[in-house]
Design a binder for this molecule. Structure first.
Ligand code: SF4
Length: 321
């Protein structure tokens, strides 16, 4: 059984102008020890999916349909108190923006201790301190820095401290929302390497959210590519890079330079992502798609397998049976 199975997840935001359809009929699953990348441009619904997984949506957000099965139990149906037992201990999240997620007036050690004590209130002072130091060492921070304040850490160290906090309750699933985005590329690469090492060492399942295909390529076993609130391509990372099926994925790959491959002109995808208050009818990519057909403007395709490998595309170019 997969650790995490998302079925037909539909999360919308209520506004004065109507429902913003930020996440529609999203399906994926993550096995034990597997890393899945959720990729797409800004505003495509990746973070909405992440916040839905932990039921941490802002007040306007509603899960309107679907199931989120964590070890077979549906989180959508759970009460707030039941969810609190799963949040951090079952599924933890590393938020983007390390400085905003840490409290500037508390020492790093106090913030990690608090995360431990929320789930294990009986843990003693000495044991908690030992755990804090172990966690810091695990993420590559000298335990002698435990009593520093966040402003005494570099950006990379703050991101590492956040990862330590997320691991404080030994979660089974770690959701990493654009980790290291605000950091320079060298530090970002170190954070990604750390996450990969932790995944292997702790046999963690990961949902890795990014707008950057080159980042997920190295980190993730499989990918769910999102466009305008929908998963439009799903499969293992190698298949998607070797043979992208959906015109949007093809466009994304064409927009990234390859260091090892032949030198070619980068091509951008024309147009803008749609307004999710009133997305286009039919396929949401149809106003930007070079292969658009009549059917694309009226019938929303299904995400279906294209071959015998588990490579799925949401597009009328492939059989919709
Ligand atoms: Fe393009 Fe049609 Fe496929 Fe949408 S369904 S991506 S418009 S070909």
């Amino acid at each position: 059984m997969p650790v995490l199975q998302v079925e037909h997840l539909t999360t919308n935001y209520k506004t004065l102008r109507g429902w913003v359809k930020a996440c529609e009929d999203v399906n994926f699953q993550v096995e034990k020890g597997e890393a899945m990348g959720l990729v797409g441009e800004s505003g495509c619904g990746k973070t909405t999916v992440a916040l839905s997984l932990l039921k941490l949506l802002p007040s306007a957000g509603r899960i309107r349909k679907g199931r989120i099965l964590f070890n077979g139990n549906d989180l959508v149906k759970m009460s707030d108190s039941q969810i609190r037992k799963i949040r951090w201990k079952g599924i933890a999240i590393v938020f983007q923006g390390a400085m905003n997620a840490l409290n500037p007036v508390f020492k790093i050690s106090d913030q990690i201790t608090e995360a431990i004590k929320i789930h294990e209130p009986s843990v003693g002072r000495t044991a908690a301190r030992e755990r804090v130091e172990t966690l810091l060492e695990m993420v590559g921070i000298d335990s002698g820095r435990a009593d520093n304040y966040p402003h005494e850490f570099s950006g990379g160290m703050r991101q590492r401290a956040l990862i330590a906090m997320a691991l404080a309750a030994n979660p089974e699933v770690l959701v990493a929302d654009e980790p290291g985005t605000a950091l320079d590329v060298v530090v970002q690469a170190q954070i990604l390497r750390l996450l990969r090492e932790l995944k292997d060492k702790l046999n963690l399942s990961m949902v890795f959210i990014s707008h950057d295909l080159s980042i997920v390529a190295e980190t993730c076993d499989k990918l769910a590519i999102m466009y305008a609130g929908q998963v439009i391509e799903y499969g293992d990372t190698k298949s998607i890079f070797a043979k992208p099926l959906h015109p949007y994925t093809q466009g994304l790959l064409g927009a990234f330079p390859s260091i090892k491959g032949e030198r070619k002109k980068l091509v951008s995808i024309p147009g803008q992502p749609p307004d999710l208050l009133d997305p286009p009818s039919g396929c949401r990519f149809n106003p930007r798609c070079p292969y658009v057909m009549d059917i694309c403007k009226s019938v929303d395709p299904k995400l279906l397998p294209v071959d015998e490998t588990n490579h799925l595309a949401h597009c009328h170019l492939y059989p919709q049976e």
